[in-house]
Structures are given as structure tokens and as C-alpha cells.
Design a protein. Sequence first.
Length: 479
Amino acid sequence: MSTTTLTYECPPMLLGGEWRSGRHAQRSPVRNPANGELLGELGLASTDDLQLALQTTQKAFEHWRQVPAHDRCARLERGVARLRENTERIATLLTLEQGKPLAEARAECAMAADLIKWYAEEARRVYGRVVPARLPNSRMDVLKFPVGPVAAFSPWNFPLVLSARKIGGALAAGCSIIVKGAEETPASVAAMVECLNQELPAGVLQLIYGVPSEVSEILIRSPIIRKVTFTGSVPVGRHLAGMAAQHLKRITLELGGHAPVIICGDTDLQRAVNLMVQHKFRNAGQACLAPTRFYVEKRIYGDFLDAFGAAMQALRVGSGIESSTQMGPVASTRRQSAVRDLIERSVAMGARSVTGLAPEQGSFVAPTLLADVPLNAPVLTEEPFGPVASAMPYETLEQALGMANNNPYGLAGYLFTDSAKTILSVSERLEVGSLAINGMGVSVPEAPFGGVKDSGYGSESGIEGMEAFLDTKFTHYVA
Ligand code: NAD
């Protein structure tokens, strides 16, 4: 028996106020993507389990909404402290089931803790406002109330952070929440939820796994659920948005991206390349905010290809458990085939490929740079969601903006330049929800994160993220 099977166990679900096994006839295998090893079989929620989750969340909401904001904050902060104490264990589970290097898994755990901490503090600042009254002896108030029980769907690429955004916002606002975690990465999220749940009234936070279409169908159609939040792919987002619309439920959708990077000739090229190689290949490129389309001013294009290729080929690719690893496998053999196929189809259309090294066993995809990519190549029109970057030269900023905006996604974007004029122009005209200029920070707990166009709508994090879990009520009273 290897060390991974010794340390990994598929978790039960947190359902109806206790940890219990799912009663669905089906189970879902969980594999280590670094070597394909079966880590365990995950129990899934049956229809009865989902009904129990719904009844529990309704009851828990009636209680939690009455808990004063200061108390909600204190409870969440104690949960965050426990989460930080358990970083090493949770990060190891995350690396085993998802593949990212341990250093990235630790950073993800820290980011999840920061997110919940920020929302906990924000619970005490849900102010509402007083509007000047029109009549004597009267008052006009705008009050904020928790929207109600939340159904949250979170994916496998950043299972801790993307669940934490939803859990932190909902609980801080006074909502109860049912989280459907990704079946591919159950144990790390369960370990995080366990840390938080110890400080919460039973049933306020529930964690389930299931057959995704069954879970969303039952939860979104239930009158108990008042708010839906989903991070994942565009087709699933469209489907869930349709169901939410039919039942007039509020929904927040974060549906991925295809981030453009504009690199101008006046920038410090080596600095830009160092930052972007690090950012591009984080989590083997499986990040919605990953830089994917590099538009480089023609006079430095050749130097860019050389510098990017060299930095990329120096990456140490291997099992995330090894401390020297800088890039791990992609999350599954399904993702491996999808990314390789995307690269092959783009090369067949004329893109030139430069690749790094990757192990042969396991779900690895070698870091890849595609140069001179034709504008209709699949790697530019489909979200790559893997360790592949595309590069194209441009002559004028107008041309770069045109190519960058000619894409259905609009989540993150990046710009490298020393020109204030270019910064102004790009910040006004690039069609994205988050823009980093001369850096890579597009997502922090205190600022909104969300997309435009096919990247979805609504924001998570920041006061906008909190607002997503609140209803507004105008009250006008005369003495
Ligand atoms: P997918 O569409 O099969 O699944 C994405 C997520 O949605 C998974 O967590 C899955 O469990 C869930 N899901 C699927 N059907 C569902 C349903 N009917 N109801 C509720 N949840 C459902 O995609 P995938 O193959 O797992 O991932 C590949 C693509 O997904 C990527 O190319 C990327 O576009 C997108 N993705 C985006 C993000 C992001 O951060 N925005 C995260 C993960 C995946």
C-alpha cells in the first residue's frame, strides 16, 4: 500500500447537522492525477438526502438570521483560526486529489482562510442607509436582510478558495448554505468545512456530493432555496441560469475565462515574462484567470518567444507531493485528452509549438507555447484550461485591443506597459471584469471578482460579493 492510500480517505457528507454517508446507489471514484491511483470511492447524495438537506437548511436559516452579526463574525473567525492550524493536512489532501504542487495547495488554503476572514469582518458592516424623509415625523430606511438558504456549486480546480468565497459570503450575510463540492476533490473541502462547522449551529453549513445534474435539479427547483451560486463551465452555467430564471432565483455565475495579455514594447520584458510564466502555469493552467492569449508588440515578439520558451522549459514538472515540483498534472485523464486535443488541432491549423518536459505516467500535459497562432485556431476560440499559452504579434494598440476583445469570454486581462496613455486606453476598452497592469493580482478578498460576456454575471468577494447574499427592503414610517 502506498503512502497516498494511507493518508487519504473519501469523506462522508455534512448533512442534516451531522457527518453521514450518502445513500445514492452510485459512487464516484476519486483518483490521484499524478499516478492514476484510486484514492477512494465517494458516497453520493440520494433524493432523500437532498430533501433532508433542504429541510435542514430552511430550519437553520430561521435561527442563523437571528444571530447578531458580531456573533456570526466571531464564530467564523474561530473557524478560520482552526483552518489555518490545519493547513498542512488540508494542503496534502488537496495535492493528492487535485494534483497541484504542495506550495500552491498551502497558498490556496491561506487564501481560503483570508476570504472567510474578510467576509466575517464584513458581516459587521452591513449598514443599510437612512434616506431624508419627505414628511415631518417620518423616516425612510433602506434595510438589508439575508436573502435566504443558498445552493452553491463549486468546481475542482480551486476547491478550497471557490467554496470559501461562497461559504464566507453566505454565512456572514446570515444565510444558511448547502455546498455541492466537486466530486473529484472531496476531502480537502470536507476538511475545511469541518474546521468551520465546529463553530456553527447545526445545519447552517452543509456539504454534499452527488450526481451534479440531479443535485442542481432538486435544489434549484425547491422553493426553499433563494439564491444560487455556481463556478464552472459555460454550458453548465447556461443550464443552471435557465433553471434559476424559471423559478426567479437570484444567481451568481463565474464561468471561466480566456485572459488576454497585452505586452507593449516599452515594458521590462524579462519581468513581464517571469511573472506571466509563473501565473500561466500555476495549477497547470487550470485557472479561470490564467493568462492564455499573449498579444506582443511586433518589435519585441521574437525576444518574447525566446524568453517565455526558456522560462517555460526550465519549469520542474512532476508529482505535486515532491517539494521541488513547480507544475503538477492536470486534474484528470479527461482534462489531459481535452488539452492535448486542443493543442493538436491548433498545430494542425498552423500554430508553431514549443514544449517543456513532463512525466509520461499520470495526467501530465507538457507546458506548451504556441506561436503565430491563426486567429480562428481552437486554442483561441475555446477556453484552454490547461498549461498552454498562445502568442501573436501586433503592430498597433488598436489591433491588439481588437484581437483581445474578439473572444466570448471577459473575466481577467493583463497589460504590461510604461505608458500612462496606453494604461488609460486599455483600462477603458478591454472587455474584462478584472484587469492587472504590470502585475498579476486580479483576485483579492476585498475587491470584486467576476466577469462580463460569457464569463458570467455577478461578483464574488468585496462588498459586491456580500451584496449578492442580501435582499434590500425600503421602509417608510410616519410617527
Ligand atoms: P464541466 O462543465 O463538466 O463541469 C464543471 C463543474 O460543473 C464541475 O464541478 C461539475 O461537477 C459541475 N456540473 C456539471 N454539470 C452540472 C449540473 N448539471 N449541475 C450542477 N453542476 C454541474 O467541466 P469540467 O470538464 O469539469 O471542466 C472543464 C471546463 O469547466 C473548463 O474548460 C472550464 O471552462 C470550466 N471550469 C471553469 C472553472 C472556473 O473557475 N470558472 C472551474 C472549473 C471548470
